[in-house]
Design a protein around this ligand. Structure first.
Ligand code: GTP
Ligand code: MG
Length: 541
């Protein structure tokens, strides 16, 4: 079956390259971290361990992505600045944003135990992100000044608030007392009522944290003569500074000057119009189906290192499925998901108002939720295998104007699953039978589906149709009423359960299966001839 028939759906993806000379900043912040901090009993107003964990994640991000040259963070937020002429993922905003947020969340979940050995991570930490474009260095300067001012204001307010609460006031009364107070008054309150000199509180609380990079030499091995063989590596480190948008701080770091440029003057006042642009988030077109597709980043390597079975590792696929199930349980607006290999597509209902349809918010929560659950569930699926490094996913959001096009989108992904799986099954059978990888490639070059079917049957006595459906057809995740009978009597009638099935998408009439059973998901088109054709190709009939 030709793949191209459905490939037209790719045209609905929008270009989102951040054009030069704009600087790229990715701002991420914890989603509903108020609740997250309460549930995990973080100290108020600042939990130093929680901040250290955030900093460790930011350090990992800078060490993972060479193009990120600076980061600034406080509380549950972090901003990452890419070098001026970065070509990272062709400067595509959604790719960059999703990768950073996914990697950050992954490290957060993976390192949790190290920072909180006594506390269980009760549920996945969620982060939201947006890409901010700064047209000049001066705009970047305003951005950094704005973030550090927020750090200061929130910290000063929260220090007063929680001191008052500790001394017996209700949270409501304390907030009332602080309403409309100026910075100076808060400092005086702290000093007079609690004997606290605000300036002596830890820098990490008052000023936030910066991450920079330094070149260090690592000894990678020793040569035959015993001499060390060194390699230059960029190591990220944390510093605190009172004024990160000041000329003095910025211009004294050659790394920042070289990769981004200097600050000409100190700024006196943060421009409110700039701040408005920093807060902008574009919305997706109303009344369109929103599809978020995530894809494992460099999963070829991830699968090798974790010794996944080839071509398909059932447990690895089941772990992916279980993350998708968790997503459907968490977000009612996701009505259907389809997964294959290291990718998953999530379809949101047409009239979804999730995050007011703000594209980056929708994508970032889906990608961060999926990644966090993957890391958290790893041990349940692979109790004998250590998770060697934090996996990450990139994401994109696409809007489709009609359900027919969504069907074609799904058909496109499923045909891809079929083509890859049939090829990979043949390839690895040939390799396992003693052929080299290039010989196997040569044998399969230009072969059609039917020829591969025959090759498997004749050379390896494998009937392709009998291979597990999860490999051949991918996985569909949706809600369904589940009715369980035992010996003729009803045991359970569970409404709206999230289930995983392995269908040929589209086959409604022929097999009496309903891949899209939600009421809001009504397909008008049932082209039986097309379905039967496809069923034949997939090896179902
Ligand atoms: P990018 O997505 O471009 O970052 O690269 P990638 O390495 O993730 O490749 P891609 O997404 O195109 O393909 C997914 C890759 O994941 C496959 O080529 C396989 O190498 C690997 N993979 C996915 N599922 C399995 C599995 O069940 N077993 C094994 N062994 N590998 C798998
Ligand atoms: Mg991939």
């Amino acid at each position: 079956m030709a793949n191209s028939k459905y490939e037209y759906v790719k045209q609905f993806e929008v270009e989102d390259e951040v054009m030069l000379p704009n600087l790229i900043v990715v701002q991420i912040h914890g989603c509903d971290f108020h609740k997250f901090s309460d549930v995990h009993e973080f100290q108020r107003p600042n939990d130093e361990q929680a901040l250290n964990l955030m900093n460790a994640c930011a350090v990992s991000v800078l060490e993972e992505y060479p193009d990120i040259v600076f980061a600034y963070g406080f509380s549950s937020e972090y901003s990452f600045v890419l070098k001026k002429l970065s070509k990272f993922y062709q400067r595509r905003a959604s790719k960059i944003l999703s990768l950073i947020i996914s990697f950050f969340t992954s490290v957060y979940a993976a390192k949790w135990k190290e920072f909180f050995p006594q506390k269980e991570l009760r549920y996945p930490p969620l982060f939201q992100a947006r890409v901010i474009q700064c047209a000049t260095m001066e705009v970047l300067q305003h951005y950094l000044a704005w973030r550090q001012r927020d750090c200061h204001l929130t910290n000063q307010y929260n220090t007063c608030l929680w001191k008052l609460v500790k001394c017996g006031e209700t949270e409501k009364d304390a907030r009332e007392k602080l309403k409309g107070t100026q910075k100076k008054e808060k400092n005086e309150l702290l000093f007079q009522q609690f004997g606290i000199n605000y300036k002596t509180l830890p820098e990490i609380f008052r000023q936030g944290s910066c991450v920079l990079k330094a070149k260090v030499e690592d000894v990678v091995k020793y040569g035959e003569n015993g001499n060390p063989i060194k390699r230059l590596r960029r190591k990220a480190y944390i510093i605190h500074s009172e004024n990160i948008s000041g000329r003095v701080f910025w211009n004294e770091h050659p790394g920042l000057l070289n990769e981004l440029g200097g600050f000409a003057e100190n700024i006196a006042k943060i421009d409110p119009d700039y701040v408005r642009s920093f807060q902008f988030d574009s919305k997706l077109m109303p009344s369109t189906w929103i599809v978020v597709r995530i894809d494992g980043c460099h999963f070829h390597r991830f699968c090798e290192i974790h010794e996944f079975e080839k071509p398909n590792d059932k447990l690895a696929l089941e772990l992916m499925n279980s993350c998708a199930v968790a997503l459907l349980q968490e977000f009612q607006d996701i009505i259907f998901a389809y997964g294959v290999s290291d990718e998953y597509s999530f379809i949101l209902k047409k009239d979804s108002q999730l995050y007011q349809r703000q594209a980056s918010n929708i994508m970032s929560v889906i990608v961060s939720f999926f990644t966090a659950v993957y890391v958290m569930k790893w041990v349940a699926f692979f109790p004998q295998k250590e998770l060697k490094y934090a996996p990450s996913y990139d994401g994109r959001v696409v809007c489709f104007p009609s359900s027919e096009i969504v069907q074609d989108y799904l058909a496109w992904r499923q045909v891809d699953c079929h083509i890859n799986n049939q090829y990979n099954t043949c390839f690895w059978m040939l390799v396992k039978s003693g052929k080299s990888k290039s010989e196997a490639q040569h044998t399969l070059k230009g072969t059609q589906s039917q020829e591969k079917y025959e090759l498997l049957a004749q050379q390896f006595a494998i009937n392709y149709s009998t291979l597990p459906a999860i490999f051949r057809l991918g996985s569909s995740v949706f809600r369904e009423d589940v009715v369980i009978y035992e010996k003729g009597s009803l045991i359970e009638n569970l409404q709206n359960q999230v289930v995983v099935k392995h269908y040929i998408l589209h086959i409604h009439e022929r097999c009496q299966r309903q891949p899209f059973p939600t009421k809001s998901w009504i397909f008008s088109r049932t082209d039986q001839a097309e379905m039967i054709k496809r069923a034949k190709v997939f090896g179902e009939i």
